[in-house]
Design a protein around this ligand. Structure first.
Ligand code: SF4
Length: 382
C-alpha cells in the first residue's frame, strides 16, 4: 500500500487552536495549485525505488487534507486529483478521502466529489454547541454540522468520518456526552476524537500564557476520555487508535498505513513524505514553495532516518494502535541491541499489565491508552 496526501494550505479563517500550516488569504490559490501540479510531475518516480522494498505494492490510498480542501473550486480540485491519480496510482485508490468543513458542504459539491471517485469524507465538526464553535473560531454553526452529514448521506456517501474535540474550555462531561451522542446518532461510520492540546503559536497559546484560558482539570479530562470509550463502544465502534474509533470495516486505511510504516508522499506546502528510509518535509510557506517550483529549486528538507529513529517511530506509532508492535518485524529490521532494549524495558510494563503480549505482538490495552505516552517513553531509545 502506498499513501498519497495532498495538502491544501488555505482556510477562510484560522481556528483558535490550529497549528497546521495554512493561510487565511486565498490570493495564491491558483498559483499554489499550479505549483502542486508541478510537484506531482517532478516527483513522478517517487515510489519507484520503494517498489522493490515494499514488494512492488501499488495499491494506494489518497487523502486530500489541509487547510481546507473544500475551499477549492471543484474543477480545480479535480485537475489536481486526476493528475495525482494518473501519476501515482496503477489502479483507482482503494480509499479516497476528502476533508470538508461543514459550512462549505453543498449537495452539488458532494455530487462532484462522488464523480471524482471520492469514497470517504471527513467532516471537521469539533462540537455541536454554538458557544464552543465560537470559542474555537470555527466558521460553521451546530445546524450546519448536522446538515453536512445528512447531505453527505443523501449524496450516497457510506463512509463518513467526523472530528470532535474534548477538553475544551468550559466543557464538562455532560456536554461531551451530548456531543458524542449527537455525532453517533447521525449514523456516521468513523469518529476521530482529540483532546484539545494547546500549541504555543496559536491564539489559544497566547491566551494560556496570559492565564486567560480556563481548561478542564486533569480528572475531568480523564472522565471525558473514559466517556468517549464507553459511548463509542456502546454504538459498536472499535477504538483502533488512541484518537480514532470506527465500525468494523471502516478503519481509516490511509492513516493505518502511516502507523504501519508504509511509504507515502505528501504534495503541497508543509507536506511530509516517507519512503521507509528517509523523511522529506516540504517548505511550510506558500510563497517560498511556489517560487521554488517556478524556479525548479529544492523545496523540501531531507532527513535520513537512522535505525534508532526508525525504531522509535515504529514503537511510538504502533503502540498507539490496537495492532501494537510485532516482534518478528522488529527482529527482521533492527539490531539485537534495540530488541533487547525493548524487551528489558517492557518487562515492568508487562508485569503491571500496561503492556499485553499476544503471540508475536505487544499492545497497550485500551484502559491504559490515556497514559500510553508515559509507557511508550520507557521503550523509546533516548
Ligand atoms: S479549518 Fe482546519 S486547517 Fe483551517 S484553521 Fe481550522 S482547524 Fe486549522
Amino acid at each position: 500500500m502506498i499513501g498519497i496526501y495532498l495538502h491544501i494550505p488555505f482556510c477562510k479563517s484560522k481556528c483558535s487552536y490550529c497549528d497546521f500550516y495554512s493561510v487565511a488569504s486565498q490570493s495564491l490559490v491558483q498559483t499554489a495549485v499550479t505549483a502542486m501540479l508541478r510537484e506531482v510531475e517532478r516527483r513522478k518516480n517517487y515510489f519507484a525505488p520503494a517498489k522493490s522494498f515494499f514488494f512492488g505494492a501499488r495499491q494506494a490510498t489518497l487523502y486530500i487534507g489541509g487547510g481546507t480542501p473544500s475551499l477549492l473550486p471543484p474543477d480545480t480540485l479535480n485537475t489536481l486529483i486526476q493528475k495525482a491519480i494518473e501519476t501515482f496510482c496503477a489502479v483507482p485508490p482503494l480509499e479516497f478521502t476528502v476533508e470538508l468543513n461543514p459550512d462549505d458542504v453543498t449537495t452539488e459539491y458532494l455530487h462532484r466529489l462522488r464523480d471524482m471517485g471520492v469514497n470517504r469524507i471527513s467532516i471537521g465538526i469539533q462540537s455541536f454547541f454554538g458557544d464552543d464553535l465560537q470559542r474555537l473560531n470555527r466558521r460553521h454553526t451546530a445546524q450546519q454540522a448536522v446538515s453536512s452529514v445528512l447531505m453527505a448521506q443523501k449524496a450516497g456517501f457510506e463512509n463518513i468520518s467526523v472530528d470532535l474535540m474534548y477538553g475544551l474550555p468550559g466543557m464538562d462531561a455532560k456536554r461531551w456526552r451530548s456531543n458524542l451522542e449527537a455525532a453517533l446518532s447521525l449514523g456516521v461510520q468513523h469518529l476521530s476524537a482529540y483532546a484539545l492540546t494547546i500549541e504555543k503559536r496559536t491564539p489559544f497559546g497566547v491566551l494560556q500564557r496570559k492565564n486567560k484560558l480556563l481548561l478542564p482539570p486533569e480528572d475531568e479530562l480523564v472522565m471525558q476520555h473514559d466517556l468517549l470509550c464507553e459511548v463509542s463502544a456502546k454504538s459498536g465502534f472499535v477504538h483502533y487508535e488512541i484518537s480514532n474509533f470506527a465500525l468494523n470495516g471502516f478503519f481509516s486505511k490511509h492513516n493505518a498505513a502511516y502507523w504501519q510504516q508504509q511509504p507515502y508522499i505528501g504534495i503541497g506546502p508543509s507536506a511530509h513524505s516517507y519512503n521507509g528510509r528517509q523523511r522529506q518535509s516540504n517548505v511550510a510557506s506558500n510563497a517560498q514553495y511556489i517560487k521554488n517550483m517556478e524556479e525548479e529549486g529544492d523545496f523540501f528538507e531531507v532527513e535520513n532516518l537512522s535505525q534508532v529513529e526508525r525504531y522509535n517511530e515504529y514503537v511510538f506509532t504502533g503502540l498507539r494502535t490496537i495492532w501494537g508492535i510485532s516482534l518478528s518485524y522488529l527482529q527482521q529490521i533492527f539490531d539485537k541491541e534495540l530488541i533487547n532494549y525493548l524487551l528489558n524495558n517492557a518487562k515492568k510494563h508487562i508485569d503491571s499489565k500496561n503492556i499485553v503480549v499476544d503471540g508475536d505482538r505487544l499492545t497497550i490495552p485500551e484502559n491504559r491508552w490515556f497514559v500510553a505516552d508515559s509507557i511508550i517513553v520507557d521503550l523509546i531509545w533516548a
